[in-house]
Ligand binder design. Structure first.
Ligand SMILES: [Cu+2]
Length: 127
């Protein structure tokens, strides 16, 4: 019984560390659902292709928004970069380049056509 608890705790810690700093996520923003993803998890120092998918309340992809990714190191505010995305199919794609390993955050900025800009924050790690 005790061993089972230890194993379960170990699994939870592992899952926690995998999920907490992944760029992959799903967020609610106003009436939209924002899905962020990358093929590398965690991200690496250097170039990483990332995508942002925006889905409206009816489940349809929003494809006419302006989407940019502002990413920075919360512990080193001078390290900050912003990239615009371009629509690739139904997703907005960009390449982001964390310049050193550690904890980063990205503001996913979404401006719907004729609307105001809003954003969600993704915490991620680069290794
Ligand atoms: Cu830094």
């Amino acid at each position: 019984m005790k061993r089972l608890l230890i194993v379960l705790t170990g699994i939870m810690v592992l899952l926690g560390s995998t999920y907490a700093y992944s760029f992959n996520g799903e967020f609610n923003l106003n009436e939209m659902k924002i899905k962020t993803s990358t093929t590398h998890s965690p991200l690496k120092v250097g170039e990483n292709a990332v995508t942002v998918e925006i889905i409206d309340a009816k489940g349809a992809n929003i494809k006419d928004a302006q989407v940019s990714v502002y990413f920075f190191m919360p512990s080193m505010p001078a390290m900050n970069y912003e990239v615009k995305t371009s629509l690739d199919g139904v997703k907005y794609a960009a390449v982001i380049k964390p310049t050193m390993p550690g904890k980063w955050a990205a503001d996913i900025k979404v401006k719907k056509s004729g609307g105001e800009e809003s954003k969600v924050q993704v915490d991620f790690e680069a290794r």
